[in-house]
Design a protein around this ligand. Structure first.
Ligand SMILES: NC(=O)c1ccc[n+]([C@@H]2O[C@H](COP(=O)([O-])OP(=O)(O)OC[C@H]3O[C@@H](n4cnc5c(N)ncnc54)[C@H](OP(=O)(O)O)[C@@H]3O)[C@@H](O)[C@H]2O)c1
Length: 276
């Protein structure tokens, strides 16, 4: 299998590093290109054994999967660059937030299969939760191959394209929401009188340990919580205090705002396209 990455920036780097490390595709069959930063490509090639080139004809020849990894506003230029060289072997995987499959197909001037993925920043540690939607003409074997590629840097959730907004909110922005909650926990912990550095270090390890419990246990989070909550104990007292607040509706508001903003940004893209 031959992979080509158009754009080798922050997110693409996490993706091709995960794919190389998991050995799903041999590094010599992974090709990178970008706009002009050849030093970055050289560095990736030296570190990972991948190839790089600016020869679009050669890059796209026999390319099974072509990752589109530029910023959304750079995509029109990218489409102009590759349109003349697209051939029937090429299936596309867009990592660009907000650009619909129909728009990508239109700009590329092709009806070749296209998948849209929404990874999150945890791809850098091989733990992205990646939303994916496929164009209707994506075959079952190709879908399986794409799932395997994505599993190389985390897990996959396949949804219809119009639900990628929800995935963007829940898992795309999700790490930031959780960081924010953890920040408040650190601040509150510090107010109990311990050294700030001690509290920060303890809560870091608390989060890592709790994540590993979730990962390794077959129990749901509700059961894990119940298992450490004795009637009349300290945990019960803390949870009772928490239950005075409607935490569920706070998170509902948070996620709804993120979904609404995702829809709004996508419709702005549409408007911009209309203006062109
Ligand atoms: N970062 C995240 O957490 C995240 C999460 C989900 C989705 N995404 C999506 O990932 C995409 C990339 O984001 P990023 O943060 O990785 O951006 P980035 O670090 O700025 O990387 C952009 C890459 O695109 C290349 N590029 C620009 N124009 C090009 C062209 N015409 N032909 C070929 N390559 C071109 C750049 O090359 P040069 O360096 O040579 O200019 C660079 O390698 C975005 O569309 C974003 O929506 C990112």
């Amino acid at each position: 299998m031959k992979l080509v990455f158009y754009g080798a920036g922050n997110m693409a780097h996490a993706i091709f590093t995960g794919i190389v490390n998991s050995n799903v595709v041999k590094s010599e069959n992974i090709y990178l290109t970008n706009r002009s930063n050849e030093d970055a490509l050289k560095k990736h090639a030296e570190e990972l054994g991948v190839q790089y080139s600016y020869d679009d004809e050669a890059l796209l020849k026999d390319a099974d999967y072509v990752f589109l990894g530029t910023k959304p506003y750079d995509f029109d230029n990218l489409a102009d660059r590759i349109r003349p060289h697209i051939n029937e072997d090429n299936r596309f995987i867009s990592i660009m937030a907000g650009l619909p499959i129909s728009y990508i197909q239109e700009q590329l001037g092709t009806s070749n299969p296209i998948a849209r993925i929404m990874p999150n920043t945890n791809a850098h540690v091989g733990h992205s939760v990646t939303g994916i939607s496929f164009s209707n003409n994506f075959g079952p074997k190709s879908k399986e191959e794409v799932h395997e590629l994505i599993n190389a840097f985390g897990s996959v959730i396949e949804v219809p394209e119009d639900q990628l907004h929800q995935v963007t909110a829940i898992t795309g922005s999700g790490p930031a929401f959780l960081y924010h909650v953890f920040e408040q926990y650190v601040t509150a912990g510090t107010r109990l009188g311990l050294e700030k550095s001690q509290v920060e270090e303890s809560i870091r390890n608390l989060i890592i340990g709790t994540s590993k419990m979730i990962e390794r246990s077959e129990l749901g989070m509700d059961q894990l919580r119940k298992n450490i909550t004795s009637k009349g104990g300290t945990t019960q007292a803390g949870l009772d205090a928490l239950s005075q607040y409607d935490i569920e509706s706070i998170f509902e508001d948070c996620l709804k705002a993120a979904v609404d903003r995702s829809v709004e940004l996508a419709s702005q893209d549409d408007d911009d396209d209309d203006d062109d």
